[in-house]
Design a protein around this ligand. Sequence first.
Ligand code: HEM
Ligand SMILES: [Cu+2]
Length: 577
Amino acid sequence: MATAAIPYRFRTCESTGLRVHADAEALLKVNAVLAVVFLALAGTAALLVLLTRWPPLHLLDPVWFYRLLTFHGANALLFWIIFFEMAILYFAGPIVLNSRLPAPGLGWLAAALMLGGAVLADVMILLGQADVLFTAYAPLRAHPLFYLGYILFAVGALIVVGLFFASLVVARAEGTYQGSVPLVTFGGLTAAIIALVTIFGGVVTFVPAFFWSIGVLPNLDPAVYRLNFWLIGHPSQQINVSAMVAVWYLLASLTVGATAVSEKVSRIAFTLYILFINIASAHHLLVDPGLSPAWKIWNTSYAMHLAILASMIHGLSVPAAIEVALRRRGFNRGLFEWLWRAPWGNPAFSALVLSIIIFGVIGGITGVVFGTEQISIISHNTYRIVGHFHGTVVGGTTLAFMGLTYYVIPLIFRRQVVWPGLARVQPYLFGIGMIIMTVSMVMAGTYGVPRRHWDIDFSLAPAGLRFVFDAPAYLFLTLTTLGGILAVVGGALYVLITVMSVFAGSVVERIPIPSLGPIPAVAGAQEVPEGHAAGQARAAHHVDIRGTLTLNFLFLGIFVVYYLLNWKWLADVWPVR
Ligand code: HEM
Ligand SMILES: [Cu+2]
């Protein structure tokens, strides 16, 4: 090898046999720990914002409500998720491909830039210099250092994306990996390619905003800002979806030994994301003036549905892979024996399944419906939107990342997960809390409750100017609060378990991985019992996914009903007599 002069240190993973480069592993650890720290910050702000949005309580005053709402959005959707994605790229690149990480020094520089940028932006927000909310829409103007923080963070992320591409090249050139890359790397590659486009969006959005905030640019057109912002704002969500789906395949393999039913179809689906997702950015601009109806309709129909098709393919393919794997073990009776006998006590598995369900049923269906040009008019800027995206990035992506953590701890940090009993219930608390919260937010929004509103019924205004919503709106806001509290408890448990395991867990060298050998016992999870021998023999050569297909048709049924209901609600807004 050409690089023999540089002492690259490797270890061989006892559990997977992978050859792990020490620098890649150290960078993975640092990024993962930082992710969890920022999640803790985001979650603290979430609780305060949540309790403020409950009309009887109104915990924070208006200034701190908007300040911490900004803080919550930035720390959750940028810092937590992207730091974790950087960790995933270090895993899906050099570690999965047995290769070295080229130029590890750049990885440390990137981590420093990202940490510095995140801290800078957070400090500016908390000092009251950036009360601009997540979108930072002009003409709201923040302190220049806030935009600089975002820009530094993005530059750091760009470097890590570059290192990921470089590690693919190095793995190929040095022959540490032959053949086509595994699905998890392919998913990481999808996310990394979309990230390039997204970071371009970040440049055209935040660099002008920076120059505007220091006074070099005299004015920033709000409509142009919004158009540019959604070139970063929407595709970055597709990075989250691609990373989440890659984690789904990985977790399905780690927890029950599942392999994709058709790798080719799954790869095509990932490619559809790259080709068609950016067009969907237009759904954020459907009520904006200045853009023609033809532009809006073209951009939120036709090709956009090819990206949705991709998610539907993964939503069929991952559960199908799980069903096939469990039926192979002999859980072959009827439609659903495999489902009942799945390893529900393994937190990585329950997180995976809840993530698929919440992302698909809540996030997915509401996304397609609210992104429809006509229906957008009754959902835009209502609490329905907040319900929708907590279904995707929280119930979907965040929960999947939580599940993966239960393997990162033993495999990368080589620590036992502490408190197995609590770890077992953690995904259920978070997931069920999120289900209650997101559904209630969507319902409150259906009764007209706006998003980003400190005081929906203007309780401080003179009597004649107050506004009262229909009673169900208040009921759903109460349920939102209860579900949110449950999720905050689940989230806090995740942070505690992770931090305690990483810093004080007992050392573990080897855990069983079902795709490579015996069934896992992560965090004291119940083992998958070996199935009935007869069923096992019968199932061995047979791809039977009747259970998954039944669930998928149930999903489509809910989809159709909800879509039609929304057209009815739209018609009710403007009755024709
Ligand atoms: C237990 C966890 C969480 C709870 C209880 C929670 C709750 C909330 C609430 C009540 C709002 C305010 C909505 C409004 O007034 O319009 C909000 C906004 C938001 N949340 Fe969360 N959230 C949680 C986790 C997350 C996570 C993990 C993410 C991202 C990965 C996230 C991303 C956002 C974003 C982007 C906003 C919008 C900020 C804005 O409007 O500028 N949340 N959340
Ligand atoms: Cu979008």
